[in-house]
Design a protein around this ligand. Structure first.
Ligand SMILES: [Mn+2]
Length: 281
C-alpha cells in the first residue's frame, strides 16, 4: 500500500480492497465516509463482501438519500475504470444471491470464492451469515437485539453530531455499549472459530468475511481470520498490498485526519476497532 498524490487528493494504491456491511438504504450507513474511500482508493480488485444494500431495512421503510445512490454509482464507475469488482451478496441483500455466477454491469457476482493473495496464501471469501447456525442466539434475543441496535445507532447519530461540532473524531455508541456485553464477546469468538474451521476444511490459509460488524485480523487455530468490518459503526476496509500483506483501515479516522488537520490535539486517539455484535444481521 503506497499513498500517491493526484493533484491535491492523495490516493491509496492497493492490490485488493475488501468492504462489506455498507447497508445502503439503512439510516445507520456512513455513506459520506464510504464515498470518500471509494474516490481515493486505487485498487486492482474491489471485493464487496455482502450486505451492501440493506433490503431488510428498505422493506420496512424506503430510505434512499442521494449519498446512498452515489455509492452505487461510484462502484459502477470503479468497475468501468478497469478494477475487477466481485460482489458476494450477504443476508441483508440475499435477493441478489439468485444472480450468483452472473456478471452484471461488469461486476462478478459470487456466493463465495477463493482469493489468492500476492504471497500465494489462499483465503476463503464469504459474507459470514453461513455461520449463524454455529453461533446460535435465541429468536427473542435476536428481535430485542435488532430493536436495541436501531435505537443505539439512532442515539449514536445525535452524539456523533455533537462530537463533530466540537471537533472530535468518529465514535460509535453502539460499539461502545456492545463491548461491555459479555455475550457479545462469546458470540464473536464462536463466529471466528466457525469461520476458521470453514477455511481449514477447504485446506486454505485464511478466511475473509464481514457480517458481525467487528473488524479484525487474527490467527484462530492456525488460520488467518480477517473481518473487514462495516460502514455503519466502523467505516473499515481490509486492504492487501502488492506483497500480500493484509491491513485494516479505519477510514473515519483516516478521513478526519486528512480533512481536519487543525483539529490535532482535540481529536480523540484512534478508536481501537471494538467488538460489535451484528444483531441486525
Ligand atoms: Mn450480514
Amino acid at each position: 500500500m503506497s499513498p500517491s498524490s493526484v493533484g491535491s487528493r492523495p490516493r491509496l494504491k492497493v492490490r485488493t480492497a475488501f468492504i462489506s456491511d455498507v447497508h445502503l438504504g439503512f439510516r445507520g450507513c456512513q455513506a459520506e465516509y464510504l464515498l470518500d474511500f471509494l474516490s481515493r482508493i486505487d485498487a486492482e480488485e474491489l471485493v464487496l463482501v455482502g450486505d451492501i444494500v440493506d433490503l431488510w431495512s428498505l422493506r420496512r421503510s424506503v430510505y434512499w438519500p442521494v449519498s446512498h445512490h452515489d455509492v452505487l454509482k461510484a462502484i459502477l464507475r470503479i468497475a468501468r475504470g478497469g478494477t475487477r469488482v466481485i460482489y458476494v451478496p450477504g443476508n441483508h441483500d440475499e435477493g441478489f444471491r439468485e444472480l450468483c455466477g452472473a456478471e452484471v454491469a461488469g461486476i462478478d457476482i459470487r456466493r463465495d470464492f477463493i482469493h489468492e493473495a500476492a504471497d500465494g496464501k489462499r483465503y476463503l471469501v464469504l459474507h459470514g451469515d453461513d455461520f449463524d447456525g454455529a453461533v446460535k442466539f435465541s429468536g427473542l434475543l435476536k428481535d430485542v437485539g435488532e430493536w436495541f441496535y436501531d435505537v443505539m445507532l439512532w442515539l449514536g447519530r445525535g452524539v456523533q453530531a455533537v462530537r463533530r461540532r466540537f471537533g472530535f473524531g468518529y465514535w460509535s455508541l453502539a460499539t461502545w455499549v456492545k463491548t461491555r456485553v459479555p455475550d457479545a464477546r462469546l458470540y464473536i469468538e464462536r463466529f471466528e472459530r466457525a469461520a476458521a474451521h470453514a477455511a481449514a476444511r477447504h485446506g486454505l490459509d485464511g478466511v475473509i468475511c464481514g457480517h458481525i460488524h467487528r473488524p479484525g485480523i487474527r490467527e484462530v487455530e492456525g488460520i488467518r481470520y480477517c473481518n473487514d468490518g462495516d460502514w455503519v459503526e466502523h467505516c473499515s476496509a481490509l486492504v492487501e498490498d502488492e506483497r500480500g500483506q493484509l491491513t485494516l483501515l479505519n477510514w473515519a479516522e483516516f478521513a478526519d485526519a486528512a480533512t481536519a488537520p487543525s483539529a490535532g490535539g482535540s481529536r480523540n486517539a484512534a478508536p481501537e476497532p471494538a467488538p460489535a455484535l451484528d444483531t441486525a444481521a
